[in-house]
Design a protein around this ligand. Structure first.
Ligand code: KG4
Ligand code: ZN
Length: 355
């Protein structure tokens, strides 16, 4: 054994696989935080003309991409399969046809390499993503995970122990960004498009409602604000303004930018208020954001400010780890491996989980 080989042998190298939605991803991660390689094949172009993810198309595209993505990640990492300690896979929640492709690939690798298989909750992995290529997270932490499919608040006691504090009762935050972008004809995916438009607008030109729900609720609701944007553009159904039905064509580029900025400000405000409530209620000393929406710079700035005000450490993923990626799966999988929490080849995929 040469020096490089003995160094590899000291480390736990995990291969992670992620196919929950519309990204086919594989990563190789050492000791839970050092990302040796990460490959993400995005299907955005395939779904863009439908304005959202089409499950059948996603499943098929995962099947076509998965082998290439795994081979590329292994080659990039320079790791010999003989040095892999375990295979971690996101087996919940997600589109069932998509989950199954990743799960079958992971089972095959675990079986062929004769290493443990570890099922990882995709949302919990988003809460771990700030640790990638960075220092360990200090717990307890409050985590807000906001993506196209989920908006959830957790109290995290460790990377693996997550108590759900609240979640959306209707649309996910990312879904609201996508739908509002569609209303404003800004394109798909909506989050980055809204953020771009908002940068040209005034966030106080149009004030949209902040839905906070009753009392100190830590749940979210984003369907009302989406409807508010729709009514703002088109008028209440059946209504006419100045003798004509309102529509997008009546809006100038500046008005659209102002609406985007007003919408973004309302969503960020709600998230800031819920995070403040959660920090106060739990006494957590760390604040985490993750998921596709955590790439939003207005949200990031608001959370940094909140952290300063409450003297709480803020942990946010690097931009490349905000959206779906496999490094977060391998990273969190490492903690399961260390705790002896591995799965058998009977591991199932689960489309929905609320915890
Ligand atoms: O975590 P993710 O990549 O996939 C899911 O698990 O859903 O999140 C995708 C979502 C999309 O709804 C997208 O519009 C939103 O994250 N998103 C953003 C931004 N970038 C992506 N939302 C707001 N601002 C952004 N910059
Ligand atoms: Zn996600």
């Amino acid at each position: 054994m040469n020096a490089a080989e003995s160094h590899q042998a000291d480390r736990n190298i995990l291969v992670g696989i992620e196919t929950t939605c519309d990204e086919t991803a594989c990563a190789v991660v050492a000791d839970g935080r050092e990302v040796l390689a990460g490959v993400v094949a995005s299907q955005i172009d395939l779904h863009a003309r439908f304005g959202g993810v089409v499950p059948e198309i996603a499943g098929r595209a995962h099947l076509e991409a998965i082998n290439t993505v795994i081979s590329a990640a292994l080659a990039d990492s320079g790791v010999d399969p003989g040095d892999v300690s375990a295979v971690a896979v996101a087996n919940q929640p997600g589109l069932i046809g998509s989950l199954l492709i990743g799960l079958m690939a992971a089972k095959t690798l675990a079986w062929v390499w004769d290493v443990p298989l570890i099922g990882v909750n995709h949302i919990h992995a988003h809460a771990y993503s700030p640790a990638l290529d960075a220092g360990p997270i200090e717990y307890p932490a409050v985590a807000l995970i906001a993506s196209g499919g989920h908006t959830s608040l957790y109290l995290c006691r460790s990377p693996m122990e997550m108590d759900l504090l609240g979640a959306t009762i209707d649309d996910a935050a990312g879904e609201a960004f996508d739908k509002v972008a569609a209303i404003l004809k800004l394109g798909y995916p909506g989050g980055p498009a809204i953020e771009r438009a908002a940068s040209q607008g005034r966030d106080d030109a149009v004030r949209f409602p902040r839905t906070l729900l009753k009392g100190q609720s830590l749940d979210f609701s984003f369907s009302g604000i989406k409807t508010a944007v729709l009514y703002h553009d088109n008028g209440v159904p059946g209504a006419v303004r100045d003798g004509v039905a309102r529509g997008l064509e009546h809006l100038s580029e500046q008005e659209i930018a102002d609406i985007a900025a007003g919408f973004q400000a309302a969503v960020v405000d709600v998230m800031r208020i819920k995070l403040r409530r959660a920090v106060k209620a739990t006494g957590a000393r760390t604040l985490i954001i993750g998921g596709g929406v955590s790439a939003n710079s207005a949200l990031r700035q608001a959370v940094i400010k909140l952290g300063k005000k409450f003297d709480v450490t803020v942990r946010m993923p690097a931009t490349e780890y905000c959206g779906d990626n496999a490094a977060m799966i391998a990273g969190l999988g490492f903690h399961y491996l260390r705790a002896g929490l591995t799965d058998t080849l009977e591991l199932a995929a689960t489309a929905t989980v609320r915890k």
